[in-house]
Design a protein around this ligand. Structure first.
Ligand code: EPZ
Length: 419
């Protein structure tokens, strides 16, 4: 099985270009099912999750070319062969659930297996299903499959119990071709939702309010839709991960293709830990000249500190000066990385949604295993700063969400090889 072999202790220096946002591309690709005209998405990263979503589209009869070397994907969903979503690929990736809204909008029905995904908690889909039912969808769950159908969706007023990113996106997509207006209250406000709104409006949808608590979708008809071409926003979590890596190893790196506002919560916390930042016109320079100071933080929906940066920050805090209290409010069990960091000498205690990290001078290299995407990349961060050699197994988890990670890090002077 492939693994990263890392020799730690090298300060990162140079420039790196951030790839397009995985969590913007995935719903965007699913939403192309709504449109009988060609869709072009630019800035698409080469990732396993993108390959899986493209595989799911092709299995439905959608024509997909790319992503080519320039990151362009061309989609033509002029004709669809089936409403049944491929079971094997669905189990591989939770984001397959994004296909429900578009398939119900375009075909009036969908059959899909309960989705799989990362090991970071049960991750139910009740908010998705309740939202779709509010639009007039009939849902039956039978032996691990969801059978959903509608004689034509009608706009509804939906209040989410929690600002779920996926449920907000799924309901938005389902509402595009519904009759009348849909209101989504307590909506998630992540930048990826604004990017999805821009993509959908680019193909002729009429959506307002993404990025705020309440989103309004005015239903349109199939005839209103048209070809669209769209550049994906940069991946704010990949950017935050590089910022945390520099904070750990020391050094100075300039990130290109970044929207500083999208990483504000992470920059704020790292600045508190003693890391310095400078805005360049087309990028952000991060500089670390000393051991980070321990800081406390709590993960929250956007614009709060992102849960997808929590494992990386835990790894950073494990070598910080002082003790850090981490509270994970978004997912039930997202401290899997703690056990692996302890094997590298980290002093971390976890209790429910709280972790207490007592910083040590040095982590020592070890063979560790990634259990999901973000805890995997947190172990790479730990290996970059540990003494000696660290072997990270389970690299396939990391390759779901980081394009060319080892070559980007080698470009910054890191001693990391994919074996
Ligand atoms: C999206 O997942 C992201 N994935 C996740 O990134 C991210 O961690 C998460 O949002 C939170 O920001 C994509 O965008 C593809 P949620 P999603 O619905 O939509 C509970 C990564 O590393 N919930 O906002 O699944 C859920 O269990 C991934 O890139 C329900 O109870 O997240 C969780 O505790 C990991 N019922 C909380 O809400 C539902 O129907 C937030 O989940 C849906 C969610």
């Amino acid at each position: 099985m492939p693994r990263y072999v890392i020799k730690g202790g090298v300060p990162l220096r140079g420039t790196v270009r951030v790839s397009g946002a995985k969590n913007a591309v995935l719903p965007m690709l699913a939403s192309t099912i709504l449109n009988p005209h060609p869709c072009e998405i630019r800035g698409v990263p080469q990732l396993r999750d993108v390959e899986v979503m493209i595989g799911l589209l092709r299995a439905l009869g959608v024509k997909v070319d790319g992503p080519d070397a320039g990151g362009v994907v061309r989609v033509n969903a002029g004709s669809l062969d089936t409403h049944e979503v491929d079971e094997r690929l669905t189990r591989e990736m939770r984001s397959s659930i994004f296909l429900m809204g578009p398939l119900l909008g375009r075909m009036g029905r969908v059959k899909i297996a309960y989705p799989g995904g990362c090991a970071i908690g049960p991750r139910p889909i009740d908010f998705h299903l309740k939202g779709l039912e509010a639009l007039g969808v009939n849902i039956k769950e039978q032996s691990g499959f969801i059978h959903a159908s509608t004689r034509g969706m009608v706009g509804g007023d939906i209040h989410l119990d929690f600002p779920s990113v996926g449920a907000t996106e799924n309901i938005m997509m389902a509402a595009v071709l519904a009759k009348g207006t849909t209101v989504i209250r307590n909506a998630a406000k992540e930048p990826e939702i604004i990017d999805l709104q821009n993509f959908l409006n680019g193909m002729g949808a009429r959506i307002k309010g993404a990025g705020m608590d309440t989103i309004r979708v005015e239903g349109v008809s199939l005839e209103d839709l048209k070809p669209v071409s769209h550049m994906v926003i940069p991946d704010r979590i990949e950017a935050g991960t590089f910022l945390a890596m520099v904070a750990a190893t020391g050094g100075e790196v300039t990130l290109h293709n970044i929207i500083p506002e999208h990483v504000e919560a992470v920059v704020h916390k790292l600045r508190e830990a003693g890391v310095q930042f400078q805005h360049a016109d087309d990028g952000l320079t991060v500089r670390a000249t000393r051991r980070p100071t321990a800081v406390d933080f709590k993960t929250l929906p956007y614009p709060g500190f992102p849960t997808d940066m929590q494992p990386q920050m835990m790894a950073l805090m494990s070598i910080a000066d002082g003790t850090s209290i981490i509270t994970e409010t978004v997912f039930e069990s997202r401290f899997a990385v703690a056990a692996e960091l302890r094997r590298m000498g980290g002093q971390i205690k976890t209790e429910g949604r709280t972790a207490v990290v007592k910083g040590v001078e040095r982590l020592s290299g070890a063979t560790v295993t990634a259990s999901d995407l973000r805890s995997g990349v947190a172990l790479v961060l730990a290996g970059l700063v540990a003494t000696g050699c660290t072997v990270v197994e389970g690299v396939h988890h990391i390759q779901r969400g980081y394009e060319l990670l080892d070559s980007k890090l080698r470009g910054l002077g890191a001693r990391i090889e994919l074996e």
